[in-house]
Design a protein around this ligand. Structure first.
Ligand code: ADP
Ligand code: ASP
Ligand code: MG
Length: 405
């Protein structure tokens, strides 16, 4: 007998028919004699709808109350799925995050899982119950419900798989696996049979929504193999693991992130120590900076540009405005109509010319590059958001020409 963790995303449980489809997958697994723990997200667009509802009442609602509201989405889906499984005649119990032992940090809206104490889950499995757990949520030390950040149910599933030493962790979603680009946007995107944790972590962090990046981080840390597959077809999915077999590809995927804003400090005196001072001020406010570009000094001044996530833009500008006169900078400008497009691939380390190929694709599509950042396994460019989808397709077609080309 094996212990299998199965996670189903919002679209997999969007309506009654889909809930019964999931109940079928779960009970088929149970029938084979396995212990089954199921993690579910809120149905369809429920989380987005709840956020909209909150805005109607109070756009500045506290994060605590937002979490109180958002956790209700998963409460609906766990109970409905359990009812469907009851109807099929199987023993089942649904549990909220706190009942399942999810202890988190106190950061409402982006809590981190500190510990999962799976006593209740174990008790229920011992009674041969199918256990359905609400994803995306836990409880903090004040006894309040918290959420783990958008897409957090993936992390809930991996956390259970790791503390319970599950034999298999399956992430069911609405596409058949991890592709070389978003298959809904890029028709020629190819499904990967395997991908390494490191590449998946980069893709997830750079905007490939299919897995939450924290879930991949945790899977890597505890060496949990993940299988990403569709709840709607029976096609084989993608395995995420330490050493993926190398398919003959230079890059494993292209990702797009539109949650980016660019800020520039113009006319900073060209003196040592100013970059240090500016970025220390930002980090003191917990503002994470991503791509950084500094111009060569001319006439005694230089410009420094960097990117942040859009929710941090206002705060970052405020920090710099307050500091501008102290460092004698001329001006601060910002732009949130930008996007980051990235390629990821372990092959980059050993192959020259990958950056040139990416930039050639952008040139062919006449797309201007504002900033560039590279690491061992990724290259990112910052461009105008209106060019982003075209850029993804152009870059994808360059690295993965269609078979007839
Ligand atoms: P779930 O509700 O199951 O958690 P998500 O919407 O969070 O599903 O993630 C699945 C979506 O991720 C897909 O519908 C697809 O549009 C998008 N996606 C983006 N990049 C990729 C990629 N490289 N491979 C697969 N899907 C991707
Ligand atoms: N329901 C949450 C969200 O929409 C969690 C998840 O889907 O994983 O972000
Ligand atoms: Mg998701």
């Amino acid at each position: 007998m094996s212990l299998i963790v199965q996670k189903f995303g919002g679209s997999s449980v969007a309506d009654a028919e889909r809930v019964f489809n999931v109940a079928g997958i779960v009970t088929d697994t149970y029938k084979k004699g396995n212990d089954v723990v199921v993690v579910v997200s809120a149905q369809g667009d429920t989380t987005d709808d709840l956020i909209e509802k909150a805005k109607e009442i109070n756009p500045d609602a506290s994060k605590r109350e937002m979490d109180m509201l958002l956790t209700s989405g998963e409460q609906i889906s766990i109970s409905l799925l359990a009812m469907a499984i009851e109807k099929l005649g199987y023993p089942v119990v649904s549990l909220l995050g706190w009942q399942a032992g999810f202890n988190t940090s106190s950061a409402y809206g982006s809590a981190r899982i500190k510990r999962v104490i799976p006593d209740r889950i174990k008790k229920e499995l011992d009674k041969r119950n199918i256990v359905i757990v609400a994803g995306f949520q836990g409880i903090n030390r004040y006894g309040d419900m918290t959420t783990l950040g958008r897409g957090g149910s993936d992390t809930s599933a991996v956390a259970i798989a790791s503390v319970m030493h599950a034999d298999l962790c399956q992430i069911y979603t609405d596409v058949e696996g991890v592709y070389t680009a978003d298959p809904r946007k890029v028709p020629g995107a190819r499904k990967l049979s395997e991908i390494s944790y490191d590449e998946m972590l980069e893709l997830a962090t750079l905007g490939a929504q299919v897995l939450n990046n924290r879930s991949v981080e945790m899977a890597k840390k505890y060496n949990i193999e993940l299988e990403v597959l569709s709840s709607l077809t029976k096609a084989p999915g993608t395995i995420v693991k330490e050493a993926a077999k190398v398919e003959k590809m230079l890059i494993s995927g292209v990702a797009k992130d539109t949650n980016v804003a660019r800020i520039s400090i113009i006319g900073v005196p060209d003196r040592p120590g100013l970059a240090f001072k500016i970025f220390s001020k930002l980090s003191a406010k917990d503002i994470n900076v991503d791509i950084i570009l500094q111009s060569i000094g001319r006439h005694g001044t230089k410009d420094i540009s960097f990117t942040v996530t859009q929710d941090k833009m206002k705060e970052a500008i405020q920090v710099l405005e307050d500091y501008k006169s102290t460092i004698d900078a001329e001006n601060i400008v910002c732009d949130d109509k930008v996007a980051k497009v990235s390629i990821v691939g372990a092959g980059m380390e050993t192959h020259a010319g990958i950056a040139a190929k990416m930039f050639e694709a952008m040139f062919d599509a006449q797309i201007n590059i504002q900033m560039i950042a590279t690491s061992e396994i990724k290259i990112s460019v910052l461009i105008d958001v209106s060019d982003a989808d075209r850029a993804v397709t152009a870059i994808h077609n360059k690295f993965f020409p269609s078979e007839q080309d």
